[in-house]
Design a protein around this ligand. Structure first.
Ligand SMILES: NC(=O)c1ccc[n+]([C@@H]2O[C@H](COP(=O)([O-])OP(=O)(O)OC[C@H]3O[C@@H](n4cnc5c(N)ncnc54)[C@H](O)[C@@H]3O)[C@@H](O)[C@H]2O)c1
Ligand SMILES: O=C(O)[C@H](O)COP(=O)(O)O
Length: 526
C-alpha cells in the first residue's frame, strides 16, 4: 500500500480521501532534518506553506511521486529539483481564492476603522471613541497589484463598495481589466494615486522588494498598503521606516519575509499597522476546498492517473485526457521505437501531428514522445514530469509540425529522429478500437501492431531472403508470430518487420546482417 506523509495541518476531508488508497501519516511541525530522515519511506507528501521542501528533502525522497500543496503558493517547494527527479507538484489554484480576497478586504476595512486596536481598547475597560475615528473607503482609489484570481475578486468586492479601481498587471490586457472595472495603469501611477494598495502577485525575483523605500516614497502620506500575497514583496524594514516617518499612513500584512514573524519593528507599531499570521487561506470553507482538491490529485497520481493542477507538467483535464490517452500511448510507443532504431545519441526529434491529433493540445503528445524516446536511456526514471527537462538537458532539439488534413486515419503521428548514427522515422496511427498500428518505417509503408519483441530489417527486395531469415531464426529456436514486408518499388529496397515470441539470443543479429541482401537489421523491445 502507498504511504502518504501529511506534514502540515490539513482538513480531515483530505485525509479521508487519501486513506481510501494509502496509509496516511500525519506528522506536523517536523524539524527539517527529521523530514529528510523519514521522507524516503513515502510515495506522496501533502503540505501547506509551513513545510519547506528543499533540494535536500527531494534528494532523499527516493520513492516520492507527488508533492501536493493544499493551497496556491509553491514557493516553499524546490519545484525545479522535484521536476528533475520526476516528482509531480500539484496545488489547488482556486480553492482559497475567496478566502484570501476576503482577508485582504477585511484588512483594508480594519485599517480604515482601527478595528483591532478599538477591540483591545474596549476589552481593557476603556471607551475611546475619539481615538478611533476612521476613514471611509467609499470613493477612495484602490490600487490592485496583480489582477489574477484573488485580485479580480478583490476588485469585484471593492467596486460594490464604491471604490475607484486602478490595476497594475503587465500580463493582462486593458480589455480584461476594464471588464473587471479596473483602469490598467503603470506601477508608478498606481503608487502615486492610490489611497489603498493591495498586492496579489506571486513572489518572484522581479516582485521581491517591489515595494521598497523608493516605491513607498511615491505613495500619498494618507495611503495604506495591504499584503496578503507573499512575504518579501514588501521590504519590511523600509515599510516600518516609511510609516514612522509619516511617508504613508499604514499597512496591514498577512505574510512576511520570515515566517513565523518573530521580532520585527512592525510589532512595536500602533494602530497604523495590523498583522495577521498568514491567515489568508484560513477559513473553514477554503481548507475543505484545498484539502479535497489536492487529496484527490494525490489519490489519482498514486492510482496512475494524471493530476489536474500539476504545476510542473502540462495540465490534463479528465475530458481532454480521455481523448488523448490512446494517443499518449501511441506517442510513447513510437518514441521508444524510433530511439531503438536510431541506436545512438538522438540530436533532434521532429514530431509531426496529422489530422485530429493536430487539432489537440500537442504538448502532452510531444512530452509522451520524449518519454518514449528517453526510455532506453533512463528507464523508469523518465516520466511525464521530467521528460521535457531531460530532453533539454541532453540537447535534443524538438521540432513540432502539424497538418490538420485527415488522410488514411483520423489522426496519425510521425516521429523523425536525427542522431549520431543517422536518421530514422516511424509513423503510427490508432485503429477504430484504439489499437496502435505502425504504418511506416523509414518511409516504407507497413501496417503492423507493435509487439514486445520485434525485428526490423532493411534489405534488397529479392527472392529467398524472407525464407533465409525465417530459417535462421528457427535454427536459434526463435518463434515468429507475424511477418510483413513493405516496399516502395518491386526489387528495390524493402523493410521486413517480424514480431517474435522470444527475444533474439545474443549473436543472432550479427548472423542476420551477414545474410546476402540484408543492409541493416534492428531488434526492438517495446
Ligand atoms: N495569504 C494567503 O494565505 C494567500 C492565500 C492564497 C494565495 N496567496 C498568494 O496570493 C497571490 C495571488 O494569488 P492568485 O491565486 O490570485 O494568483 P494568480 O496567478 O491568479 O494571479 C497573479 C497575478 O499576478 C500577475 N503578476 C505576475 N507578476 C506580476 C508583476 N511583476 N507585477 C504585477 N502583476 C504580476 C499575474 O499576471 C497574475 O494576473 C500569490 O502570491 C499567492 O501565493 C496568499
Ligand atoms: O498560497 C497559499 O495558498 C496561501 O499562502 C495559504 O497558505 P496556507 O495553506 O499555509 O494557509
Amino acid at each position: 500500500m502507498s504511504k502518504v506523509l501529511v506534514s502540515d495541518p490539513i482538513d480531515q476531508a483530505g485525509i479521508d480521501i487519501l486513506s481510501q488508497v494509502a496509509q496516511v501519516d500525519v506528522k506536523t511541525g517536523l524539524p527539517a532534518e527529521e523530514l529528510v530522515r523519514i521522507i524516503p519511506d513515502y510515495d506522496a507528501l501533502m503540505i501547506r506553506s509551513e513545510t519547506r521542501v528543499t533540494q535536500e528533502v527531494i534528494a532523499a525522497a527516493k520513492q516520492l511521486k507527488i508533492i501536493g500543496r493544499a493551497g496556491v503558493g509553491v514557493d516553499n517547494v524546490d519545484v525545479p529539483a522535484a521536476t528533475r527527479q520526476g516528482i509531480v507538484v500539484v496545488n489547488s489554484p482556486e480553492g482559497n481564492t475567496i478566502a484570501a480576497a476576503e482577508h485582504a478586504i477585511a484588512l483594508m476595512l480594519s485599517l480604515s476603522r482601527s478595528i483591532p486596536d478599538a477591540n483591545t481598547s474596549i476589552k481593557s475597560g476603556k471607551w475611546e471613541r475619539k481615538l478611533f475615528v476612521g476613514t471611509e473607503v467609499y470613493k477612495k482609489t484602490l490600487g490592485i497589484v496583480g489582477l489574477g484570481k484573488i485580485g479580480s475578486h478583490v476588485a469585484a468586492v471593492a467596486k460594490t463598495m464604491g471604490m475607484k479601481l486602478l490595476a497594475f498587471d503587465p500580463f493582462i490586457s486593458t480589455e480584461r481589466a476594464e471588464n473587471i472595472g479596473c483602469r490598467l495603469v503603470d506601477m508608478d501611477l498606481l503608487l502615486r494615486e492610490a489611497d489603498y494598495i493591495t498586492l496579489h502577485i506571486p513572489k518572484t525575483p522581479e516582485t521581491t522588494h517591489l515595494i521598497n523605500a523608493e516605491a513607498l516614497a511615491k505613495m500619498k502620506p494618507t495611503a495604506r498598503i495591504i499584503n496578503c500575497a507573499r512575504g518579501g514583496i514588501i521590504d519590511e524594514v523600509a515599510l516600518a521606516e516609511a510609516i514612522k516617518e509619516g511617508k504613508i499612513a499604514g499597512a496591514a500584512l498577512d505574510v512576511f519575509e520570515k515566517e513565523p514573524l518573530g521580532e520585527s519593528p512592525l510589532c512595536a507599531m500602533g494602530k497604523q499597522v495590523i498583522l495577521t499570521p498568514h491567515l489568508g487561506a484560513s477559513t473553514a470553507e477554503a481548507q475543505v476546498n484545498v484539502a479535497i482538491d489536492v487529496a484527490e490529485q494525490i489519490r489519482d497520481v498514486l492510482l496512475g492517473l494524471p493530476a489536474r493542477s500539476a504545476v510542473n507538467i502540462p495540465g490534463l483535464y479528465p475530458d481532454v485526457l480521455e481523448k488523448l490517452k490512446p494517443y499518449l500511448r501511441l506517442a510513447e510507443t513510437l518514441g521508444n521505437l524510433v530511439s531503438q532504431l536510431a541506436g545512438g545519441r538522438v540530436e533532434s526529434l521532429n514530431v509531426h501531428l496529422q489530422g485530429e491529433l493536430a487539432t489537440n493540445d500537442s504538448k502532452p503528445i510531444v512530452i509522451a514522445a520524449l518519454k518514449g524516446l528517453l526510455y532506453q536511456a533512463l528507464r523508469e526514471r523518465v516520466n511525464y514530469v521530467n521528460a521535457g527537462i531531460e530532453a533539454k538537458e541532453r540537447g535534443i532539439r524538438v521540432i513540432e509540425t502539424r497538418d490538420n488534413a485527415v488522410r488514411d486515419y483520423a489522426g496519425s503521428l510521425h516521429l523523425e529522429a536525427k542522431g549520431s548514427l543517422g536518421e530514422h522515422s516511424v509513423t503510427g496511427a490508432l485503429l477504430g478500437d484504439g489499437e496502435i498500428h505502425i504504418t511506416d518505417i523509414n518511409d516504407f509503408p507497413i501496417n503492423v501492431p507493435p509487439t514486445h519483441y520485434m525485428l526490423f530489417t532493411l534489405h534488397r527486395d529479392m527472392p529467398g531472403i524472407i525464407g533465409k531469415i525465417g530459417s535462421l531464426l528457427g535454427s536459434f529456436n526463435v518463434n515468429i508470430a507475424s511477418m510483413q514486408v513493405g516496399r516502395k518499388i518491386v526489387r528495390g529496397d524493402a523493410v521486413m518487420v517480424l514480431s517474435l515470441d522470444d527475444p533474439l539470443p545474443e549473436g543472432v543479429l550479427d548472423e542476420i546482417l551477414k545474410v546476402p541482401g540484408i543492409r541493416d537489421a534492428y531488434t526492438v523491445t517495446l
